[in-house]
Design a protein around this ligand. Structure first.
Ligand code: VGL
Ligand code: ZN
Length: 194
């Protein structure tokens, strides 16, 4: 059977309350994410953690033509994983948005420290099913899930381990609906069976 993996999307200080692009109540999902990570670790299944990691000048930021305030600038405190996240040492870190000309919402645009793309790593590890949680439902989680489905992977969206920005009211609800319509399953922790 194809291997399952957990993907924790962008659980970083700047996306949590107190950060520069806070997702309302973003930090509240820390315990649930930790719970999912424990379950995957117990089963010996891989865990990926993506990070938004921008240069100070990028077309992603308002000042240089984009739509966002500066956030997750590489090497800053805001770009660090939130301290409540208990990432196991075996977690594979995926970096995205580090070129000055990309938004890189999707983890499929991310690379490992040794320069491998996410898709390549998934193929090498024979991973065919992703469980996805993290921030933000209506941006990076959405883009990642839709790309995964397009690549023919199975996707389980972790409804209790995501939070959205909701630039427009209802964006997160619509994003969840769109991910479902494109083939994502949705569960909460009690329904997790690995
Ligand atoms: C994200 C907005 C800008 C995200 C990243 O991680 O969802 N959102 N950059
Ligand atoms: Zn960003």
């Amino acid at each position: 059977m194809e291997t399952r993996a957990l993907v924790v999307v962008d659980f970083q200080n700047d996306f949590c309350p107190g950060g520069s692009l806070p997702v309302p109540e973003g930090d509240r999902i820390a315990d649930i994410l930790n719970g999912y990570m424990e379950r995957f670790t117990e089963e010996g299944l891989p865990i990926f953690a993506s990070r938004d990691w921008h240069p100070p000048k990028t077309s992603h930021f308002k000042e240089y033509g984009g739509i966002w305030p500066p956030h997750c600038v590489m090497g800053t405190r805001g770009a660090e994983f939130h301290p409540a996240l208990r990432l196991p040492p075996s977690a594979i870190i995926l970096t995205k948005g580090d070129r000055p000309d990309e938004d890189a919402y999707s983890v499929f645009q991310a690379h490992t420290d040794d320069g491998k793309g996410f898709k390549e790593v998934l193929e090498e590890m024979n991973i065919g099913h992703l469980h996805v949680g993290g921030l933000a439902t209506d941006y990076c989680v959405r883009a990642t899930v839709l790309d995964a489905l397009r690549e023919g992977l199975r996707v389980t969206l972790l409804l209790d381990a995501i939070k959205g920005v909701d630039v427009e009211e209802g964006d997160s609800v619509r994003a969840i609906e769109e991910m479902r319509q494109n083939g994502a399953d949705t569960i909460t922790m009690e329904q997790l069976s690995l």
